[in-house]
Design a protein around this ligand. Structure first.
Ligand SMILES: NC(=O)C1=CN([C@@H]2O[C@H](COP(=O)(O)OP(=O)(O)OC[C@H]3O[C@@H](n4cnc5c(N)ncnc54)[C@H](O)[C@@H]3O)[C@@H](O)[C@H]2O)C=CC1
Ligand SMILES: O=C(O)C(=O)COP(=O)(O)O
Length: 411
């Protein structure tokens, strides 16, 4: 791989923002002097994605665009990726890291939006509203208390007690619910919530089970036929995490057998690329299932905040080199570099690398004003501030070091 030298004037730096990222991102970029921004309202794939990536320096996506190792290989100038959402499962994070590309996300800007939706769904499901709504839309009338319950005193089972799971637990307790949860880590239970020792224990205890785990190999089909069978007869399932967490055929079967009284599903194993594409699922035939188009985090408030937050992280990396909060990269927090040039060097973490860096500088007679280094098992990220008149020579020295993945200078 040739070592890209990403040291351009701002007007030449190209940002590509896909999936209808909020205009607050463009505004943030614009205020920082980055005006070359290309946008698309939907996810791209295949040739269309390759085309926009071939000269992109920064890419913004949401949950739908799949950035595999093959896709990243088609983006020779890509400097950083912004996931304008929480989940980063759509990105091959390791492949990005090995290409010297940090990935930033918005870890909690839409947390509250998901929690509010799920809370509303708990109430709607326990009252049988999806079915009643469907009947009335067809001219029917079902005024009945059968199968309709208050949520007060009922048990909410949360699978994955992270940012979203804990928020939902707190809100549900305000409605008088008992909260039990399971997580792979020991977690501080908020309020009166109780951590149970297994997924099965949560499934058996809960009137409503809500899933809030990330997509990982372990959470793939985490809720399949055996788990659904363990849920209480007449209980409800909510999934606003990732579509791959639930085996949809098994859920269909559980609903057909009326083992579950209803479900609310916001995420699907395969989702349409954009609003003009068709949605298909075996779940569409159930009027006791609330189907939503992956809008758990889609509120004006969340999207505006995410747009600003992630764009600001990209700007900071571009302007200053800081990788703080990157999800796949050594995190380096950096002060300003006024009056000096800053060299950014991403390399394979092999023994002797720093000795080589320092040797090159000393051989070239370049004075190092400040140096910052962070490494992980695979890559190292070193940032070196030098006097501005030495920056060209310093960049040449750095880029030529064997094991270099990327180097860049900030003037
Ligand atoms: N529907 C939507 O629009 C949205 C969906 N999401 C999804 O929600 C997920 C959760 O978000 P956050 O709460 O912010 O993440 P988080 O990282 O704060 O919490 C996830 C929790 O799941 C736990 N966990 C991981 N693997 C587990 C396993 N195998 N079994 C049990 N627990 C496990 C973790 O320890 C952690 O406590 C995101 O990864 C994303 O996929 C997030 C935002 C919006
Ligand atoms: O934040 C997340 O992980 C989400 O799932 C929200 O995704 P979105 O930005 O709506 O495509």
């Amino acid at each position: 791989m040739n070592t890209p030298r990403l040291s351009h004037p701002k007007e030449k730096i190209k940002f590509v923002l896909l999936e209808g990222i909020h205009p607050s991102a463009i505004d943030t970029l614009d205020q920082a002097g980055y005006a070359r921004v290309v946008t698309a309202p939907k996810a791209l794939a295949g040739d269309e994605l390759a085309e926009v990536l071939k000269d992109a320096h920064f890419l913004g996506i949401r949950s739908r665009t799949q950035l595999t190792a093959e896709v990243l290989a088609q983006a020779p100038r890509l400097t950083a990726i912004g996931a304008f959402c929480i989940g980063t499962n759509q990105i091959d994070l390791r492949a990005a890291m090995l290409r010297g590309i940090p990935v930033f996300n918005a870890p909690f800007s839409n947390t509250r939006s998901v929690a509010e939706l799920v809370l509303a769904e708990v109430v709607m499901l326990m009252r049988g509203i999806p079915h009643k709504n469907a009947v009335l839309h067809q001219g029917g009338w079902v005024k009945s208390a059968a199968g309709s319950h208050e949520v007060r005193g009922k048990t909410l089972g949360i699978v994955g007690y992270g940012h979203i799971g804990t928020q939902i637990g707190v809100l549900a307790e305000h409605l008088g619910m008992q909260v039990v949860f399971v997580d792979i880590e020991a977690k501080l239970p908020l309020g009166n919530a109780r951590q149970l020792s297994s997924l099965d224990a949560v499934l058996q205890a809960a009137d409503v089970v809500s899933l809030h785990v990330p997509e990982t190999p372990e959470t793939q089909n985490m809720i399949a036929a055996p788990q659904l069978a363990r849920m209480k007869p007449g209980s409800h399932l909510i999934n606003a995490s990732r579509g791959t967490v639930v085996d949809i055929d098994a859920l269909t079967d559980a609903l057909e057998r009326k083992h579950l009284a209803g479900a609310a599903i916001d995420v699907f194993p395969v989702e349409p690329q954009g609003n003009d594409a068709r949605f298909d699922s075996p779940l569409v035939k159930f009027d006791n299932v609330l189907l939503t188009p992956h809008i758990g985090g889609s509120t004006a408030e969340a999207q505006e905040n995410i747009g600003r937050e992630v764009a600001a992280k990209l700007v900071r990396y571009s302007d200053n080199g800081s990788t703080v909060t990157a999800v796949n990269f050594p995190e380096v927090s950096l002060p300003g570099h006024a009056g000096r040039s800053r060299l950014l060097h991403i390399h394979r973490n092999v023994p002797g690398m720093m000795a080589r860096v320092n040797e090159r500088f000393s051989d070239a007679g370049i004075n190092i004003a400040a140096q910052y280094l962070r490494t992980n098992d695979d890559v190292g990220y070193v940032v070196i501030d030098v006097d501005s008149d030495a920056s060209e020579a310093a960049l040449d020295s750095l880029c030529g070091i064997p094991g270099t993945i990327r180097c860049r200078v900030l003037y």
